[in-house]
Design a protein around this ligand. Structure first.
Ligand SMILES: Nc1nc2c(ncn2[C@@H]2O[C@H](COP(=O)(O)OP(=O)(O)OP(=O)(O)O)[C@@H](O)[C@H]2O)c(=O)[nH]1
Ligand SMILES: [Mg+2]
Length: 329
């Protein structure tokens, strides 16, 4: 049952999507990305076609070479005869020195390859639900039939923590530049990595960073459980492709580990649970702020808020009441 039964999935779009028409894929993604009527019904309809792709999440600091590496990995998979769908979540950060993913891919010469599909998505505002949106686009790529689905996000804010929920394998890319030492690394990145990649290994400091990382991983691991995954630290020079084959093999080993340990099923179960939460949250936001008039009440309350006649709490309570639910435990 779609959430909005009144706006069922576009049957024609769905048919063309299932016929692997690229224009239908592009349209489906736009529909989902912009949350236009029928997008949830479409996602609902393609659910049975999911979970065939291998999902890789790539994150790390701005400019670490994530897009360059993504392009090189895509080439690697293409050489094996696999198809690749890529979602790049563009934070639109003015501080990011990196080029758009499309430019990197173009450099790699695979932009015209029909076995590769690239989509850049803007990171949305706090209410926009970046996580669910980019995951749903990854779902579409999966349902469409790509063998590999890669999601690239910049490791700022919360997005890198959310990527771990969206991927089977999460890869954290670091660079040996000053300020990127292990101590300076955001704690969250440490928690989510299945693999570490030190990119720009052609620059000085790569050895030291690798040693620091290995030491920290060793300390965290302690004795470790038998059969547990040992997080590898790999080195790459994405620009030249050095180390990318070895990286591809390490990702394969992780996939194998996930399958054999039962962790893949566990992760996918977690992902399904998180998806339900995400969709419910999104629906509630819409209910409160749009359908129940929360935005309007807030706007109209600004004068009394400003004058101090009402507190943010009492305005919030009125908005919640407008939905028909009393605030309380
Ligand atoms: N020296 C060196 N430069 C690299 C390497 N890999 C990437 N670069 C350069 O680093 C810059 C950033 O690369 P991107 O691939 O755009 O990095 P990114 O992490 O995707 O950047 P954002 O998405 O903007 O955060 C580009 O100028 C690349 O050419 C490398 O291994 N060595
Ligand atoms: Mg990038």
């Amino acid at each position: 049952m779609p959430i909005h039964p009144d706006t069922g999935a576009d049957a024609e779009l769905l048919r063309r999507f299932r016929d692997r028409e690229r224009t239908a894929l592009a349209r489906a993604i736009s529909l989902v990305e912009n949350e236009r009527p029928g997008f949830e019904a479409l996602l609902d309809a393609v659910q049975p076609e999911l979970a065939r792709a291998r999902r890789l999440g790539i994150t790390g600091p701005p400019g670490a070479g994530k897009s360059t590496l993504t392009a090189k990995l895509a080439l690697e998979y293409r050489a094996r005869g696999e198809t690749v769908g890529i979602v790049a979540v563009d934070p639109s950060s003015p501080f990011s020195g990196g080029a758009l993913l499309g430019d990197r891919i173009r450099m790699g010469g695979i932009s015209t390859d029909p076995g590769v599909f690239i989509r850049s998505m803007a990171a949305r505002g706090s209410l926009g639900g970046l996580a669910t949106g980019s995951r749903e686009v990854a779902d579409l790529l999966d349902a469409y039939g790509f063998d590999q689905v890669i999601t690239e996000t910049v490791g700022v804010g919360q997005s890198e923590l959310e990527i771990a929920d969206a991927a089977d394998t999460t890869m954290v890319v670091l660079v040996p530049d000053a300020g990127d030492s292990v101590q300076a690394m955001k704690a969250g990145l440490m928690e989510i990595a299945d693999l570490f990649v030190i990119n720009k290994a052609d620059r000085p400091g790569a050895d030291r960073l690798a040693q620091e990382l290995e030491l920290m991983l060793h300390l965290r691991r302690g004795e470790g459980e038998p059969g547990a995954w040992t997080i590898p630290v790999l080195r790459t020079v994405a620009q030249t492709g050095e180390g990318v084959s070895a990286l591809g093999e390490a990702i394969d080993r992780h996939t194998e580990y996930l399958r054999e340990s039962g962790e893949l099923a566990a992760r996918r179960r977690r992902r399904l649970g998180e998806r339900v939460r995400g969709v419910v949250d999104r629906e509630l936001r819409r209910l409160v702020w749009e359908r129940a008039g929360g935005e309007r009440i807030l706007r109209e309350s600004l004068p009394v808020l400003e004058s101090g006649a009402e507190s943010p709490y009492s305005v919030a309570a009125r908005i919640v009441r407008a939905v028909g639910v009393e605030k309380g435990e």
